[in-house]
Design a protein around this ligand. Structure first.
Ligand code: GRF
Length: 213
């Protein structure tokens, strides 16, 4: 299965997917941001890149149409949003229905949108994490494929919490892409996802740690 990755910035999730073993066939990387650091990373690894600058288009429909043209030129079977910071139109999302995935830095449906780590700290949650999901027209609300949870510690700052979550993003995103490539991710009519052949996760995370008293 070949994929296209869409980025807007540093591209660390993109890098994790490019480093995945067994390898994932990445046909190209597209950024809406010409200065995205991730573009350099991709080029250095010999991956084809393209830029569709949102500033050069009059409105979301025009930008999304141009983006779709670039994506389709690579002929991917899956489109992977990895820190792609543009809201996509319903028309675009429909075009790639079931073939468009995103990673979000929270345990959805908690904290959709921006500023997830700051909001998690402000809410006082003890457990936070990340979610890989299919994209639907409504922001950060599509069918969930996989999540990873991390503890929130008393001394956490937005930065330390973001780093802890990001390390998990780099684990689950390549895994989900490989699962999809292997045909193991099934989206049911009820809008829920099954990953066939995946082992049940074991253990439980309690935070603060329980001391048995
Ligand atoms: C990640 O935290 C991702 O979950 C969010 O944006 C960030 C992108 O980071 N959507 P990177 O560009 O992959 O390093």
């Amino acid at each position: 299965m070949s994929i296209v990755i869409l980025i807007s910035g540093r591209g660390s999730n993109m890098r994790a997917i490019l480093a995945s073993r067994p390898a994932i066939a990445v046909a190209g990387v597209i950024s809406n941001e010409p200065a995205a650091a991730g573009l350099e990373t991709a080029r250095a690894l010999g991956i084809a890149t393209a830029v569709v600058d949102h500033r050069g288009h009059a409105g979301r429909e025009a930008f999304d149409a141009a983006l779709a043209r670039e994506i389709d030129a690579f002929g991917p079977e899956l489109v992977v949003l990895a820190g792609f910071m543009r809201v996509l139109t319903a028309r675009f999302v429909e075009r790639y229905r079931g073939r468009l995935v995103n990673i979000h830095p929270s345990l959805l449906p908690a904290f959709p949108g921006l500023g997830t780590h700051r909001r998690a700290l402000a809410a006082g949650v003890r457990i936070h994490g990340c979610t890989v999901h299919f994209v639907t027209p409504e922001l950060d609300s599509g069918p969930i494929i996989a999540q990873a949870a991390v503890p929130v510690t008393a001394s956490d700052t937005e930065e330390t919490l973001a780093a802890r979550v990001l390390a998990q993003e780099h684990r689950i995103y390549p895994q989900v892409v490989r699962w999809i490539g292997d045909g193991r991710v099934v989206l049911g009519d009820d809008g829920r996802v099954t990953v066939t052949g995946a082992g049940a996760a074991v253990g439980a995370l309690a935070c603060p740690a329980l001391d048995g008293s």
